[in-house]
Design a protein around this ligand. Structure first.
Ligand code: SAM
Ligand code: DTB
Ligand code: SF4
Length: 339
């Protein structure tokens, strides 16, 4: 999948010249974002689809594979997370995996058609030694010809530099939700802490993967608040994961009310419109989605998914089923990195 250079792509251009020229903006007002998110559903989808078609090949979907390289025992209190040591989720903790193990998993990911390999660790903030250890794995995974991504918690600028030198392509660090709702979900680090890590990563020249979670009991205004925070980042995150909460028993959000699925579609569509050049990932939560809902999200502008049987600790959608679904849509996994 490649981003299109210019607006000369495909026959749907004639539907709206204005849409096709959607500029990349970083000056979105919160009210404008709320307006986009709250548009009549079909108008929202039409606009998102036009923006998507103009910038990307809509038949290509990026495939990424996740590996939990350090599992559980995390001191943070993120209310959605099965890896927090504060909640009884029955999760088996696991120390940092060896580079050898990580590289073997990356090879399998490549064979399964992934172009990106994302290494996740249940840390609040890694030590310098832990960053060194991950950096050596990053170098080896990159040498396989995969894009590398890591998500290790808060990062200092010096640590971001170490990872950049090792060739890290992306760092994932999510804002998770709106600044207003954030305190209901996490108390052990601030929104500002997250923004600082993102700035450190950007400063080191590593591309940013940053998004959030929907379905945590937030309002549509909170989803607008999250999207607004993402859309005023300059540059935009190159990858924007939209996670649907995986409700894990034992976490404080284990039995939160299910989100209206159309609100997920709206969030994806608005992300596509607000950040036209970014890759939007339909991230966690696909295991509980129908094929039709996933198709609608891909139609709304999502162009990346996680492949493989597990996310970090919870089940993902079945891989052969994913291939079938892409086939039914006339789509395919991108053979080359997206950006
Ligand atoms: N510990 C690091 C951190 O929090 O930055 C990295 C790993 S953490 C598991 C990465 C992201 O996974 C979180 O920011 C959150 O957005 C997402 N996540 C965690 N648990 C989730 C769940 N149950 N459902 C959906 N997304 C989840
Ligand atoms: C992101 O936004 N979603 C991924 C990845 N970045 C690291 C993680 C999803 C985790 C879902 C819960 C679990 O499997 O533990
Ligand atoms: Fe720890 Fe990350 Fe889970 Fe929060 S999301 S509890 S920081 S592993």
């Amino acid at each position: 999948m490649g981003q299109k250079d210019g607006p000369a792509y495909n026959t749907t251009r004639s539907t709206s010249a204005q849409m096709d020229d959607e500029p990349i903006r970083h000056d979105w007002a919160l009210a404008e974002v709320a307006d986009v998110l709250g548009r009549p559903f079909h108008d929202l989808l039409a606009r998102a689809q036009a923006v998507h078609r103009n910038r990307f090949d809509t038949t290509e979907v990026e495939g990424a594979v996740l590996l939990s390289i350090k599992t559980g025992g995390c001191p943070e209190d993120c209310a959605y997370c099965p890896q927090s040591s504060r909640y009884q989720t029955g999760l088996q903790a696991q120390g940092l995996l060896s580079t050898e193990f990580i590289v073997a998993a990356a090879k399998s990911a490549k064979e399964a058609g992934a172009t990106r390999f994302c290494m996740g660790a249940a840390w609040r903030a890694p030590t310098d030694r832990q960053v060194e250890a991950v950096a050596s794995a990053v170098g080896e995974v990159g040498a396989l010809g995969l894009e590398t991504c890591a998500t290790l918690g808060m990062l200092s600028s010096a640590q971001a530099e170490v990872l950049a030198k090792a060739g890290l392509d992306y760092y994932n660090h999510n804002l998770d939700t709106s600044p207003e709702f954030y305190g209901e979900i996490i108390t052990t680090r601030t929104y500002q802490d997250r923004l600082e890590t993102l700035a450190n990563v950007r400063q080191a020249g590593v591309r940013v993967c940053c998004g959030g979670i929907v379905g945590m009991g937030e309002t549509r205004a909170d989803r607008a608040g999250l999207l607004h925070q993402l859309a005023i980042l300059d540059p935009h995150p190159e990858s924007v994961p939209i996670n649907l909460l995986v409700r894990v028993p034992g976490t404080p959000l284990g039995d939160v009310e299910e989100l209206d699925a159309l609100e997920l579609v709206r969030t994806v569509a608005a992300a596509r419109i607000l950040m036209p050049g970014s890759v939007v990932r339909l991230s966690a939560g696909r295991a509980s989605m129908s094929d039709e809902l996933q198709a609608l999200c891909l139609h709304a502008g999502a162009n990346s998914i996680f492949l493989g049987d597990t996310l970090l600790t919870t089940p993902n959608a079945d891989e052969s089923h994913d291939h079938q679904l892409l086939g039914r849509l006339g789509s395919r996994l991108a053979a080359q990195p997206v950006l």
